[in-house]
Design a protein around this ligand. Structure first.
Ligand SMILES: [Zn+2]
Length: 204
């Protein structure tokens, strides 16, 4: 068995570099010195992935029959993903390997890996603008779709993916509810798009 916070790397991701035991997503930005910045998204790759239907994790073309998006509670009502899609296998890896997606950041905060990622400003799957800081209370979901439309989100000015209701194959919450938000974040519905207001739209 692999340690729970270090999932096995799927074949599709075998060519990707690995830092701290985790695959570095294709979309991850780098510093001028070439170091990976886990909290930051490469803007050019972000746009290109959305436009050319590339997987944000491995960088290869998506199979348009099954595209997986990672969406937060606040993304679901709009069916808009600020991030590009993923292959099912890449999404499964991200869901188990990414501390934010798996909702385990607080749980593992004291481990060297998480500490390292936190230090590296790790909000994997953060948005490219940095305007949506990691919100531990928000739950992540995987959404399987048969397609999407790339558009410029008027709320953010950023390119994003819009999924139509009839393109949705299924929606599944990732992992257990985040451990650090027991009472003040009542889960009224797991996937109910209408019931969840976006909790933090920063007005600054
Ligand atoms: Zn992929």
């Amino acid at each position: 068995m692999t340690a729970p916070e270090i999932p096995a790397v799927p074949v599709r991701l075998a060519r990707r570099p690995i830092v701290g035991g985790l695959v570095v997503p294709w979309i991850t930005a780098r510093t001028p010195e070439g170091r990976y910045r886990f909290g930051a998204v490469d803007h050019h790759r972000h746009v290109r992935a959305l436009q050319d239907r590339l997987c944000q994790t491995c960088g290869d073309e998506l199979d348009t029959a099954r595209i997986v998006f990672a969406m937060r509670d606040s993304d679901l009502p709009l069916l808009v993903s600020p991030e590009p899609g993923m292959h099912p296998v890449c999404a499964a890896y991200s869901a188990s390997g990414c501390p934010m997606l798996a909702g385990r950041m607080s749980h593992y905060r004291t481990t060297p890996l998480a500490a390292q990622l936190t230090e590296a400003d790790a909000t994997f799957h953060g948005d490219p603008t940095g305007t949506r800081p990691a919100a531990p209370a928000e739950r992540w979901h995987l959404l399987w779709a048969t397609g999407y439309r790339a558009f410029t989100n008027p709320l953010t000015g950023q390119r994003a993916a819009m999924v139509l209701p009839d393109q949705i194959l299924r929606i599944r919450p990732i992992g257990p509810p985040p451990p650090l938000c027991p009472a003040d974040h009542a889960p009224d519905s797991e996937t109910g798009p209408e019931s969840t207001p976006g909790p933090e739209r920063s007005s600054s």
